[in-house]
Ligand binder design. Structure first.
Ligand code: SF4
Ligand code: FES
Length: 271
């Protein structure tokens, strides 16, 4: 046991001992994952990340996991807690039963212990081109690319995503089809499609409106339920479906309007 001084609050009068079962797996050493149990003296005010940090600092330095900000900003501390995708720095001990099980996020390969391999997510995120695609190349001399508060409000909620992957761990379609672009990437595509400065909707369409994109979503809504930042990716996906369906009929009935339609939609006209 390490004698290293913990940065955590000193255990005081509102404490209890939490039994914590943690999934352990080192692919270089272990044939298969297994559970290791720790008895952790906790303050009720601690978050689950504090519990994991206590284990690392005081009980077992070999435990691997990710975290950075401890304030629900960096998105790196997502784990399964009692089977639920959980942002561990925003989930309190006081809301937990006497025994908890902590596992890596579902629907991702385990790299080690509580760390998952995020490569597939990063590829999906890149595939939707999550940046402003302007109609014309702009230079510094063009000045500020201005936007009205109402135009910002159109997409503001979708900018709050912290890429914590909780929505991917909760999504049954991600579990069934690993090629599904998934909630956060589609919500981010929607964020840029709704941006008045962006004209890239038609460029993103091949990925976003494909079978592996919005049409793979069965609108279970688990993504929005677990999202700690209230991004509501399920709503974003349904809004894209409506816009894409409208595009289909307009393009079918008036093919000469195709490019005009997608450009208008990308600037908000197709919302
Ligand atoms: S949409 Fe929500 S749950 Fe999904 S990655 Fe972004 S912040 Fe996390
Ligand atoms: S540690 Fe950064 S979001 Fe939890």
């Amino acid at each position: 046991m390490s004698t290293k001084t913990s940065i955590l609050p000193v255990v005081g009068s509102h404490h209890r001992t939490l039994e914590v079962e943690v999934l352990r797996y080192d692919p270089d050493k272990d044939d298969k994952p297994y559970y290791q149990t720790y008895q952790v003296p906790c303050e009720e005010e601690w978050v689950i990340l504090d519990v994991i940090n206590y284990i690392k600092d005081n009980l077992d330095r070999t435990l691997s996991y990710r975290w950075s900000c401890h304030m629900a900003v960096c998105g790196s501390c997502g784990m399964m807690v009692n089977g639920e995708p959980t942002l561990t720095c925003a989930s309190f001990v006081r809301d937990m039963p006497a025994k908890i099980r902590v596992e890596p996020l579902e629907n991702f390969p385990v790299a080690r212990d509580l760390i998952v391999d995020m490569d597939s997510f990063v590829e999906k995120l890149s595939s939707v081109k999550p940046y402003i695609i302007a109609a014309d190349e702009r230079t510094v001399e063009d000045g500020t690319f201005t936007q009205l508060p109402a135009q910002l409000a159109d997409y503001m909620s979708y900018t709050h995503c912290i890429n914590c992957l909780l929505c991917y761990a909760a999504c049954p379609q991600v579990n069934l089809n690993e090629g599904f672009v998934g909630p956060a990437a589609l919500a981010l595509a929607h964020r840029y499609n709704l941006d008045s400065r962006d004209k890239g909707r038609s460029v993103r369409e091949d990925v976003v409106a494909s079978n592996a994109g919005i049409w793979e979503c069965s609108f279970v809504g688990a993504c929005s339920e677990v999202c700690p930042k209230h991004v509501d990716p399920a709503a974003a996906i349904q809004q894209i479906k409506i816009a894409a369906t409208g595009d289909y009929f307009i393009n079918f009935l008036m093919p000469w309007k195709k490019s005009k339609n997608t450009d208008e939609a990308s600037s908000g006209g197709g919302k």
